[in-house]
Design a protein around this ligand. Structure first.
Ligand code: CS2
Ligand code: MN
Length: 344
């Protein structure tokens, strides 16, 4: 495995110098954050990013994310234009040595939580999803905003999007995803880039919008849409594992065996009940995910790909980007590395 760390660019309070000092870190996972969703990523900007990372002794081999424009998910509007731009971004990234691109196909919203600073008994704070609170949230008010969401929507824009999604059910979303893959995967193959779709977080419909990358059956269906190692997944243990309907150790073993895991996100979550969960430390016993079992499955299946610790709590008084502080993720990375080393 290659251990990596997410870095949000020069505005991130976590610096490349910080990341470099974490034992075993080979590189960062990053993106260009000032390009409007849907536009092609210019080669010069990618080069600048790569150079700033490499100057600090780290690699830039994984991009998270190249966002997919809503027109592509809706199968409407300027979809063809946005798909052509997406292809160009893949080619440009491949040319500069990027090996994996993580993306998602969640309509409108990325990861969703009810609280960003829920205090745990040990005094740390964490992200939680309590269904009864999410049910009271009104996305159409235009006032909701979460760190993982595209912040460029206006109230009118959101309302318009919801209107358009009235015509897109799960089957339609599958169709639009299939079309997207048929267009981009041949380009990714040629560019030497492996695509890695991120599961929906949480893996169920929110606010009445369809979500499809949610379960073993659906991941199987996804992989069948285009049979290529370049059409793979990001196996995010915390996203799939926040429902006990998904056995993440089993899924890791299965998809690693099929060589379809192109990126691993290791996050632990504690399932509170059927529809609610709290994010926890990476330590297996802190949550509901058998992190040791996940790593054992990867090791036994000969996994050589990229791994990063996903969300961490805020500990030791740190403040910063929710889920993306330095300390807890650094601790998590050492837990991952320690488990891995004992298996060698
Ligand atoms: C990430 C996702 O922060 C997170 O939970 O795992 O936001 C992820 O970056 C995107 O869904 C990938 O497109
Ligand atoms: Mn993730």
């Amino acid at each position: 495995m290659k251990l990596t760390f997410r870095w949000y660019g020069s505005d991130d309070p976590v610096t490349l110098e910080n990341i470099r000092q974490i034992p075993g870190m080979t590189g960062v996972v990053s993106a260009i954050y000032d390009i409007p969703v849907g536009e092609a990523w210019p080669i010069e900007k990618i080069r600048d990013l790569k150079e700033s990372v490499e100057k600090n002794g780290l690699e830039l081999e994984v991009i998270e994310s190249v966002p997919v424009h809503e027109d592509i998910k809706l199968g409407a509007g300027k979809r063809d234009y946005y798909i052509e731009n997406y292809k160009q971004s893949i080619r440009n990234l491949g040319e500069l040595g990027v090996k994996v691109i993580c993306y998602n196909f969640m309509p409108v919203f990325d990861w969703t939580r009810s609280h960003l600073e829920h205090q745990l008994p040990d005094g740390s704070t964490t992200l939680v999803y309590y269904k009864e609170h999410v049910d009271l949230m009104n996305p159409l008010s235009g006032e909701l905003s979460l760190p993982g969401w595209d912040s460029s929507y206006t109230k009118e824009g959101i309302n318009e999007l919801f209107k358009m999604y009235e015509k897109v059910d799960e089957e339609k979303l599958w169709e639009n995803l299939g079309h997207f893959l048929n267009e981009i995967i041949p380009v990714a193959e040629e560019a030497g880039v492996k695509m890695a779709i991120h599961p929906d977080d949480p893996p169920w419909s929110i606010f009445g919008l369809p979500r499809i990358i949610t379960s073993e059956t659906n991941v199987d269906r996804f992989l069948d849409l285009y049979d290529s190692e370049h059409n793979g997944i990001t196996l995010c243990t915390g996203s799939l594992g926040c429902t006990d309907k998904n056995d993440v150790v089993k899924l890791t073993r299965k998809y690693a065996g099929m060589k379809r895991i192109n990126f691993m996100h290791i996050r632990n979550v504690k399932i509170v009940n059927e529809d609610s969960f709290e994010e926890s430390a990476h330590h297996s016993e802190a949550g509901s995910i058998d992190v040791v079992g996940v790593l054992r499955a990867l090791y036994e299946e000969g996994f050589t790909g990229y791994v990063r610790p996903d969300h961490g709590r805020m500990i030791w008084g740190e403040t910063g980007k929710p889920g993306y502080g330095l300390y807890d993720r650094a601790l998590g990375s050492q837990y991952i590395l320690g488990i891995w080393d004992t298996m060698k």
